[in-house]
Unconditional design. Structure first.
Length: 254
């Protein structure tokens, strides 16, 4: 995708990677709409960053997605980029079904059904734009599992294959499908992750992502260097070693 001149909607961007990316893309000359559940955060973002529009959306709620899509397209008929950023991560202990089932269902609803519903709400409009992009957000954990987060790993593997499949189906349209593959980044996705030495600093991650977007406009995946250890483990033939190393370093492991 071009790095400037777009109108971009990023649901799930009131904090963390989403907000940092929204601000950087705004600075690069894009119109950016931030979406999130909490009205007070949206109000603060709008006040602190004039020029950024905000829309309330709960990506775990199909009705909220439908309403937000109508609002975004009414205000921004030139929308040409959708970033399905919203996601949650939960530590689960599958020895005890009563402890993980509700959590697992929530992860799948937010991380898999959310992006599917978002894309369904916007794809018809995006097909009318001469140059449009859907950016999905998977994870290095789609390719090498973290023991403590089974449902999250599975949800991101699903997003990877969804991205691959949509790219094939939409190849005859103006819509490109680009998959962002983050490593662990210093955000509040899990308790303690914001200060974890294991995680990549947020500003470094976003800077590298934007550089890759700019330098590789025809890329299918955006992979910062730090995620390649996980992303290409199977292809390199060191998958077992990578999984062992990942889980040995995991502060949530048991």
């Amino acid at each position: 995708m071009n790095i400037s001149g777009n109108t971009i909607f990023i649901p799930g961007s009131t904090s963390g990677i989403g907000l940092a990316l929204a601000l950087e893309l705004r600075a690069r000359g894009n119109t950016v709409i931030v979406g999130g559940r909490r009205a007070e955060l949206l109000e603060r973002i709008a006040a602190e960053h004039p020029g950024i529009d905000t829309v309330r959306i709960d990506t775990a709620d199909a009705g909220s997605i439908e309403s937000a899509a109508k609002e975004v397209l009414a205000k921004h008929p030139d929308l040409n980029v959708l970033v399905t950023m919203a996601g949650i991560m939960r530590v689960e202990d599958w020895h005890r079904p009563e402890s993980f089932l509700a959590s697992a269902e929530s992860v799948v609803t937010t991380n898999v059904l959310g992006p599917i519903r978002l894309i369904a709400a916007f794809v018809e409009h995006l097909r009318t734009r001469p140059d449009a992009t859907i950016i999905t957000v998977s994870s290095g954990l789609a390719f090498a599992p973290l023991r403590a987060t089974p449902s999250y790993n599975a949800s991101k593997a699903a997003i990877h294959m969804l991205s691959e499949s949509l790219r094939l189906q939409l190849a005859d349209t103006s819509v490109k499908v680009l998959e962002l593959v983050p490593p662990a980044v210093r955000t509040a996705l899990l308790p303690g992750q914001e200060t974890s030495e294991f995680a990549m600093p947020l500003d470094e991650f976003v800077a590298e992502v934007v550089t890759l977007l700019e330098s590789r406009p025809d890329a299918r995946e955006i992979q910062v260097e730090r995620v390649k250890f996980l992303r290409h483990a199977e292809a390199r033939g060191d998958y077992d070693q990578v999984v062992a190393t990942l889980n040995a370093a995991d502060p949530h492991g048991k």
